[in-house]
Design a protein around this ligand. Structure first.
Ligand code: PMV
Length: 351
């Protein structure tokens, strides 16, 4: 992706990780603003690398390639740039060449929209800085990138920071905003900085409901108010667990959030059931292993059937053996992804 960048008028390249939510964002209003606050951590090895080059001055034109090929996402990127041009007028005045690749395979149970929009927003925000003379190492740069990422995909707002972040207004922090996420930089108990995430792939077929259609189901949901209250309460309790090192509470809240997300989907009208029999089998086995061995493992689930098994670095060997001997039989083609908490996005320097 490096190429002859010196020929371009402006160029930026970033690597941005995917993230996994512990307190789930589900339901939105207006322009990608969340109904409730969410809390997630970024992954280390699941990321998108994107480069954006301004080739020449012209009316806005976008060439987009994904892993070296033309991509059906070009139309979504075009729409996204048209929206961002309302924030940054220069976007309408250039021919863009954008290329992107993921470190993880397609349908690997990792949402690629968070890392993709995170990486793209970082590139665009950095180029924007050259027009406005701002400092791309300043926290305000990352806030702006988070806001721009959010306009592409809500959960992407949480991908542009290291470790844990919160997106959405909360009673806990003045920094909490519906417009952008912010990082939980200090005070996290060291145990939680060793979190591992094993993504157990149950079914890789395309989702029957897009995430936008899923969020919409919360608009008239009978449990909407109680779900919002629950997310606030869970976020408060989870934050306390993260700073105090309360692993038991962490497990309780994390599993409650995952199952509440799916309960909301199942009780929507129309109803959506994304979880599969093998997902439930994995949940039962994870709980049984925890009880039997006392090893702190738990699960979280996104809007799909795949199970994220969370554990700590110190138990890596036992958990790996558990996965291989007991869990892979319930995974599609015995596939899983071995990931862990990461350090956030990285700027890729020109070569
Ligand atoms: O960012 P979206 O619109 O793809 O929504 C993501 C929603 C969940 O993954 C289910 C939860 C979350 O907070 O990431």
């Amino acid at each position: 992706m490096s190429g002859l960048i010196h020929r371009y008028l402006h160029h930026s390249q970033w690597r941005c990780p995917s993230n996994i939510a512990l307190v789930k964002y589900w339901g939105k209003r207006d322009e990608q603003l969340p109904l409730n606050p969410s809390l997630s951590f970024v992954l280390r090895d699941s990321y998108t690398e994107t480069s954006v080059s301004l080739v020449r001055e012209s009316s806005r034109k976008v060439e987009f390639s994904f892993e070296g090929r033309e991509s059906p996402f070009a139309a979504r990127i075009e729409k996204y740039l048209a929206r961002l041009a309302q924030e940054a007028g220069w976007i309408n005045k250039y021919h863009f060449r954008i290329s992107s690749r993921n470190s993880f395979p397609h349908s690997a149970g990792i949402a690629s929209s968070a890392s993709s929009f995170g990486a793209l927003a970082l590139c665009l925000a950095e180029i924007d800085c050259t027009f406005r003379d701002c400092d791309p190492t300043d926290p305000s740069f990352f806030r702006r990138a988070s806001e721009w990422a959010r306009l592409g995909s809500g959960s992407a707002s949480r991908s542009v920071f290291p470790g844990f972040s919160i997106w959405g207004r909360t009673q806990l922090f003045e920094a909490g905003s519906d417009e952008h996420a912010f990082p939980l930089e200090q005070g996290i108990h060291p145990e939680f900085l060793t979190l591992c995430d094993a993504v157990l792939l149950v079914d890789s077929s395309p989702k029957p409901v897009s995430s936008s259609a899923g969020h919409e189901l919360m608009n008239h949901h009978l449990f909407q108010r109680s779900r919002i209250a629950q997310a606030h309460e869970n976020l408060n309790e989870l934050y306390l667990a993260l700073i105090s090192g309360d692993v038991e509470k962490f497990i309780e809240i994390t599993e409650n959030e995952a199952l509440s997300l799916h309960a909301m989907m199942m009780t929507s009208r129309p109803s959506v059931v994304l979880i599969k029999p093998d997902s439930l089998e994995l949940i039962a086995r994870i709980r049984d292993f925890r009880q039997r061995t006392g090893i702190p493992v738990c699960f979280t689930i996104d809007a799909g059937p795949n199970i994220h098994l969370l554990s700590f670095e110190k138990n890596r060997a036992e958990v790996r053996e558990f996965i291989e001997t007991e869990l892979l039989q319930f995974c599609e083609n015995r596939r899983w992804l071995d990931d862990r908490i990461g350090r956030g996005p990285e700027k890729i320097s020109q070569t």
